[in-house]
Design a protein around this ligand. Structure first.
Ligand code: NAI
Length: 390
């Protein structure tokens, strides 16, 4: 959804975009926000899938399963136990104890592992896990180190030559987070020297744009070294790629879209301030919810409150993000004849980007047909049975 495509939308009255995935770089988020179009995605629906993959990698690495399997595919029978270990009793070091890291912590303990974790914020441990003071503390004590941090300036290159040298001799390293967090040339050196006994890498600083051949030195001169490393599991960014995660993404994004359209809620929006109000219920008589997207300028609230001043404002919440601000307000006991004036006055304020009025369904029939048909809004009943745009 480029700037041009979004700009061509004047007639379509696009209100919201759902990205049924994690990333949102396919949408010009800033331009969408300036046009009053909120964007939702699903950043955490695949956490469990990633955590399970890591568990499988921990076991596969400590038993050298991928190497044994590759040998068998080449017709080689090589039964060995040297350098192969149970994971029970070993220490897992989790870097980033968020959605994925904390799920993984629970799974690892069920396998009899001890869990330590490092995070930039204090986070309550699950089970018997223990937060450590520094990354170095974690690297020096873990048998397996796994990364679950976002890609931000602080984390780019957080694992380099020095950090790998701090890891225990014969430890294992796993990265399913983001490719730029690790210096893969440094990791290859640690594997080649035997400092690391194995590694699993799912994400890369540069990744091919499509399936097929392409995982080669065009993505980095260290790639051929990775091809040759023993006990190195390489996967094409599949950490979150499961049927369950896809289903969860569909459900989560669809729910976010419905909540925004029906209730005005922007919780989880990528490019809007996150604002929510308790739902209007059937007990709330003649309530109107005002959803007002506007430019983040001084004096907007004053103007809105002047317009709403004669009404009973039941609840109101406003927040801003960059140039965009969003106000939600519920007013009660609104007279039929007042609705159009409220809408017109707010949508004519200088900072207005988008104004929507929502009401409970029984109130909607109260308005029909006279007032509603006169409003300069899309008058169809588009948004389900509860919140109805008027
Ligand atoms: P999250 O946001 O829930 O957790 C990240 C944690 O990292 C937070 O607790 C944060 O405080 C911590 N953190 C931030 N900077 C840190 C630093 N410098 N040192 C230590 N901790 C730091 O994120 P979530 O959902 O757990 O995802 C983690 C990573 O996994 C993200 O990079 C995400 O993009 C990636 N991911 C990869 C997938 C794949 O297919 N391989 C699928 C899903 C997510």
């Amino acid at each position: 959804m480029s700037r041009n495509l979004l700009s061509a939308d004047a007639d379509l009255q696009l209100v919201v975009i759902g990205c049924f995935c994690i990333g949102t770089n396919q949408v010009d988020l800033t331009h969408a926000a300036k046009k009053g179009i909120s964007v939702f995605n699903s950043p955490f629906s695949n956490s469990r899938s990633v955590a399970e993959l890591v568990i499988s990698e921990i076991i596969a690495l400590s038993r050298q399963i991928v190497d044994r399997s590759n040998e068998m595919h080449q017709g080689i029978w090589q039964k060995v136990s040297k350098g192969c270990w149970e994971i029970r009793g070993k220490t897992l070091g989790i870097v980033g104890y968020g959605h994925i890291g904390s799920q993984l912590s629970v799974l690892a303990e069920a396998f009899g592992m001890s869990v330590i974790y490092y995070d930039v914020i204090p986070i309550m441990p699950l089970g018997s896990a223990r937060q450590v003071e520094s990354l170095e503390d974690l690297l020096r004590n873990a048998d397996f180190v796994t990364l679950h941090v976002p890609e931000i300036p602080d984390t780019i290159g957080m694992m380099g030559t020095e950090e790998f040298s701090q890891m225990k001799q014969g430890a294992y390293f796993i990265n399913n987070a983001r490719g730029k967090v690790v210096d893969l040339a440094a990791m290859a050196s640690s594997l080649e020297s035997g400092q690391l006994a194995g590694a699993a890498i799912d994400v890369f600083p540069k990744e091919p744009g499509s399936n097929g051949p392409g995982f080669n030195d065009s993505l980095g001169e260290f790639i051929p070294r990775l091809h040759r490393c023993k006990n190195l599991i390489l996967t094409p960014h599949i950490g979150g790629s499961t049927e369950e995660a896809q289903r969860a993404i569909g459900s989560e994004v669809a729910t976010a879209l419905t909540r925004y359209l029906n209730y005005g809620t922007t919780l989880g929006a990528v490019n809007f301030p996150e604002v929510d109000l308790r739902a209007i219920t059937t007990q709330d008589e003649r309530h109107i919810r005002i959803c007002h997207v506007h430019r983040n300028e001084p004096g907007v609230l004053k103007r809105i409150n002047e317009i709403l001043g004669g009404h009973n404002i039941e609840k109101q919440f406003s927040d801003s993000k960059g140039d965009i601000a969003y106000l939600m307000a519920d007013i009660s006991k609104v007279g039929e004849e007042e609705v159009e004036a409220i809408y017109t006055s707010i949508s004519k304020t200088p900072a207005n980007i988008l104004t929507r009025l929502l009401c409970e369904s029984s109130f909607f029939s109260f308005f029909l047909p006279s007032t509603c048909e006169e409003l300069e809004l899309n008058r169809q009943i588009r948004y389900g049975w509860f919140g109805i745009e008027i």
